[in-house]
Design a protein around this ligand. Sequence first.
Ligand SMILES: [Zn+2]
Length: 502
Amino acid sequence: MSSAQSPTVDPLLFYKSSPSSSKYGSAVGVGSAFPPEVEVPRWLRSLSEGPTNLWRVFLKQNDALAFSQRHGDGLMTFAFQDKDGTRRFLSAHPVFFWFYDNNHKLPQDRCTFEVITEGAVCKLYFDLEFEKAHNKEHCGVRMTDTFIKIVSHFLKEEFDVSCARSNVLDLDSTTDVKFSRHLVYQLPKIYFRDNYNVGNFVRMICNKLRLVMHSQPALHDFCVKLGLPEGDVQGLFVADKHGVMKTFCDEAVYTKNRHFRVYKSTKWKKNSPLLLSQENQYQPVLLGRQRLAEKQLFLDSLITYIGETPQDFTILEFGTQQKMYVVESVSKLPECPVVSEGVRSPHPVVDRFVQRLVSPGLIRRSTYSSSLNRIVYDISGNRFCVNVGRQHKSNNVYYVVDLSRFYYYQKCHDPDCSGFQSKEECLPPEIVFMLENEGDTLFESLSVMSDKELFDTWSAVNCAAELEESLGQDDSLEPFPEFGMSDTELLNSTAELEANDI
Ligand SMILES: [Zn+2]
């Protein structure tokens, strides 16, 4: 994956009107204004050796992801919200994005998310949160501290990786209503294969916590082993608004193309930017340029930005057989199908459908295979098997959903039913529609909606899609509205920035 390489613009190309800068109107075209014989100013020279200035805004996430992938050069995909709340997608190099976002947007208008691209090598990250009103006795700062110690324990136990508090970039956007932290691990030259593998690791930790909470001796042993007071581990469980107790670690942020808020951005209309927490001990490596600390913090906070590729780095996998190995560069990662395991699959909409299908049973585990594009759901609490027309006494059944052909069928663990497969049934049309449009973030929130809300949203989306079709395709060529600058404006601002930084 070339996005890991240090991206550069060929200085020769830089002075020519390249096809890419004219084709993509929103790309910053500095080119033709400068004939080659003009002495190149120092700041412009450094810019020409820096990251690509190509960027483009899209209405659909899939288009932005495809563009970033096609062009490589360190382009990443961001989702941002306009003043009216509309989400759009930007393909840009993070350094360029930061330059515009930090210098040309008011703090309350910065509302951008990194799209954690499926399959991208990434850092270990956590979203910790709870509602204050339902958890008055809880101290988020102490909980975060305990949680970091527990994660360090499992990094050591599973991968023999040592991790100190100073390896954890600790970002805070707590409000009066909600405690909220993002932890982004800065383990030197160590990354996870992708965010499904991170999710598996995180779910293992949370499952372990749930397990020890059910048994006093187990809790005691666990706390002695880790050197933690029992009360601190119990304190990691918080009540949601329905009074249900769960860990304060959000296990749902490891899904396909997940949106994760970037440093200094706020949730739309909330004006609560994600900033360094008071307890943060991580210091960016600055090579003596203290004034660039903010930019470096931003880059470090990105989950899938791994910067200038080190010679060797270690990739961690956590799944059915966890592995760690050293690779030279991301482009040399061994081929391996993305398999994620857990109660939730990367497709919450399908999870909900299967959950309704097997009710009153439960999804015990789902296994998603990206190479087969299939999810296998193991079911507990409902052993009804189509083959025998009744419940089995002891063996469970499972369901397979084929995401390419949009059908599902039931299979069975009972030896008498080996080889049996029920008739293939089509997924309902509204599910097919959502799968086909996945990546358009509207659907990201669907897993938490009621059936009524789901139906209303689907109807609204249908109308919107028709409307979009009738308006034609050219909308995606619009220049980025907030960041649109003339060449002169760009040059002036860059000169200003350069003067301030050095
Ligand atoms: Zn059976």
